[in-house]
Design a protein around this ligand. Sequence first.
Ligand code: BTN
Length: 245
Amino acid sequence: MHDVIDSTNTRIAALSKENAEEGTIVFARQQTAGRGRLGRQWVSPPNSGLYMSVLLRPEQSVGELPVITLGIGVAAAKAIFATTGLRIGLKWVNDLIYDGKKLGGILCEVPSGNSKLPALVIGIGINTTFDSDSIPDELKEKLYWLEAASGTEVDTTALATELCFQIESVYESMKKGEIAKVLDEWRLYSITLGQEVVCTTPSREVRGIALDVTNTGALIVQTSAGREELLGGEISVRTAHGSYT
Ligand code: BTN
C-alpha cells in the first residue's frame, strides 16, 4: 500500500518487467498521475477512492482484452454489492455506473518492453468519498461516489479485500474456459444492451442498437447498414429524455 504514487498501473507495469508474479497487487491512497482510458486523467485525491492494480499473466485463451475487462467489471459490481448493498450497472466496456453517473472504471494495459512472460495490468478505480465542494460543477453531473450513492460510510479495506476475492474468482473461472458464464453475469449487470448507442472511436462514429457482446467481449451494434462488432472506443447510451450519457 502506497500513501502516494504516480499511478498504480505504472508501478505494476514496472514490476512486471522485474518478473513479478501473477497476482501482484499495488494499492495507493492517492495517485498524482492516475490514468483513465483514452489518455484521460483519473482524478485520485487522497483517501477518496480505491486505486489498485493487479498483474495478470494470462495464457492465450484469456488474453483477449475486452473480455477480461468485462469479467473484472463483474467482479467490481459483485464486490460493491457485497460491501455496500448497492447494485451498480456496467456500461460497455469498463464503466461502473450508478444512477447514470460514473462511479468507477477499469483500465487494462499491456506493458511495453521486454518481459519474457505475458503480462496484463488491470487497474481499477472506484470513487468512495469526495468532498462535493471540491468537484467542478460539470463533473458533478457525471461522477458519483459510493458514500453518496449508498448513504453509508464505506470501508475501503473491506471493499479492496472483497474485490481481490472476486477478481480471483472470475479470473479462475475464465481460465477454466467459463467465458460464457462470465458473459452471462455481465449481461445481468449491463446497462448498455438493448439501448441506442453512439460509439466514438478515433476514426469514426457508429450509431445503432447495442445487441449483445461476442465471446471475446466485442460489442455487437445493429446499425442502419448492418451489424458491427466494436472492440474499443467510447460509447454513449441514449437516455429516456433523448440525450446521450
Ligand atoms: C477509466 O477511464 O474508466 C479507467 C479508470 C481506471 C483508473 C484506475 S485507478 C488505479 C489504476 N491506476 C491508474 O493510473 N489507473 C487505474
